[in-house]
Design a protein around this ligand. Structure first.
Ligand code: PLP
Length: 388
């Protein structure tokens, strides 16, 4: 029987050769492949600095730390995202709150954000950091968010785990025109992969050097940054912060760098498949993804909404039917405040009406660059069978 996943990596012979070349070289980690991958990402995105780490989760953690997040602070993020967008706040001892989504784009709703900021200002609990998620690869409205950030003084971190290769106002998502830093994920389901891995990009040299320290134990070998740096041999280094080992290995970097060469091709293939879904499913009782104006989505995810009228099947029925046919759909995401770990902090679901409705209706259709037209046709005909 057919088995179609919702996402899958695309590995070429060149990718395999790049990895094998590192395995035969002198350095498996802390060698030249990481530097090259960072330089390639920075030049591709059009940003001054890039720092590779072992996951986007680690990237979010040290970015929050480097921006000074700590106990007593608030971090806000979108209520519909992967839990890592919020967990980074908890790692730093900060409290976490959520902003409802826009019902059309599924990104943070700028109006909901503005209302919540106004209330928070009165209550004296404005956030220090807002983690903006570019849901499904479709850029959030960064311009409106940056106006609010200037007015209320919070920092902006873009969680672009979905959005590598997507565009906003004619530039690649993540160029940090409206943010302090952007993070990317290279997990196999994402746009390009290094197996596990993440990257932080920023235009701030100060932030970059703090991040580099946190990535590797808080250790520095740069005399300019040392506290007791004089009168020591070349062997001398200092730990000046409490950092981590969040480094990316050269083996992973070689895979990521080789994949990066195919980024634009991956994204245009995703857009082609998305267009076919839009055309072929147009007659069905579902809502299609829509984009902010001035954006080009990387289509990490193709999320439809199953309205489930008395005459048509519910989202859950569609999910089960498709699974029986061998098509593994998914739900991105359960609202973060509904996870038991977060429930205990006492969020009120009524504060997030668009997230609640989204959670009832959303379904992710399979979409990945290696998907054949035949497999896509199989998905489409099964959806038609159940929904027509
Ligand atoms: C995948 C993902 C992450 C975490 O990425 P890892 O590299 O697996 O740590 C964070 N945020 C979002 C929105 C994601 O989709």
């Amino acid at each position: 029987m057919k088995k179609i996943p919702y996402a899958r990596q695309d590995i070429s012979e060149e990718d395999i050769e790049s990895v094998v070349r590192v395995l035969r070289s002198d350095y498996l980690t802390q060698g030249p492949a990481v530097d090259s991958f960072e330089a390639d990402i920075a030049s591709k995105i059009g940003v001054r600095h890039a720092l590779a780490v072992n996951s986007a989760t680690s990237a979010l953690h040290i970015t929050c730390l480097a921006l000074g997040l700590g106990p007593g602070d608030w971090l806000w993020t979108s209520s519909i995202s992967f839990v890592a967008s919020a967990n980074c706040g908890r790692y730093c001892g900060a409290r976490v709150d959520f902003v409802d989504i826009d019902p059309v784009t599924y990104n943070i709703c700028p109006t909901a954000l503005a209302d919540k900021l106004e209330r928070a200002e009165k209550a004296g609990c404005l956030p220090r950091i807002l983690v903006v998620v570019h849901m499904c690869g479709n850029s959030a409205n960064m311009l409106e968010i940056s106006v609010l950030s200037a007015r209320y003084g919070f920092r902006v971190v873009e969680d672009a785990s979905h959005a590598l290769g997507g565009q906003y106002q004619g530039r690649y998502v993540g160029c940090c025109l409206y943010s302090d830093a952007t993070i990317f994920s290279f997990h196999p389901v994402k746009i390009i992969t290094s197996a596990e891995g993440g990257m932080i990009v920023t235009n701030s040299s100060k932030l970059h050097s703090k991040l580099a320290s946190f990535r590797s134990h808080g250790i520095t070998r740069d005399r300019a940054h040392m506290i007791n740096g004089d009168n020591h041999g070349d062997w001398y280094y200092e730990q000046i912060d409490l950092g981590y080992n969040y480094r990316m290995s050269d083996v992973h970097a070689a895979l990521g760098r080789s994949q990066l060469e195919r980024l634009d091709r991956f994204v245009s293939k995703r857009n082609e498949l998305a267009e076919i879904y839009g055309k072929e499913l147009a007659e069905l009782p579902i809502k299609f993804p829509r984009q902010e104006s001035g954006t080009y989505s990387s289509y990490h995810l193709y999320v439809v909404r199953i309205m489930g009228t008395p005459k048509s099947p519910s989202r859950d029925e569609v999910y089960i039917h498709m699974k029986q046919a061998g098509v593994h759909l998914n739900l991105h995401y359960i609202p973060i405040y509904r996870h038991p770990y977060y429930e205990k902090f006492g969020y009120n679901p009524h504060e997030f009406p668009h997230s609640e409705k989204y959670y009832q209706e959303a379904l992710t259709l399979p979409l990945y660059p290696a998907m054949t037209l035949e497999d896509q046709a199989f998905v489409i005909s099964n959806l038609k069978n159940i929904l027509k």
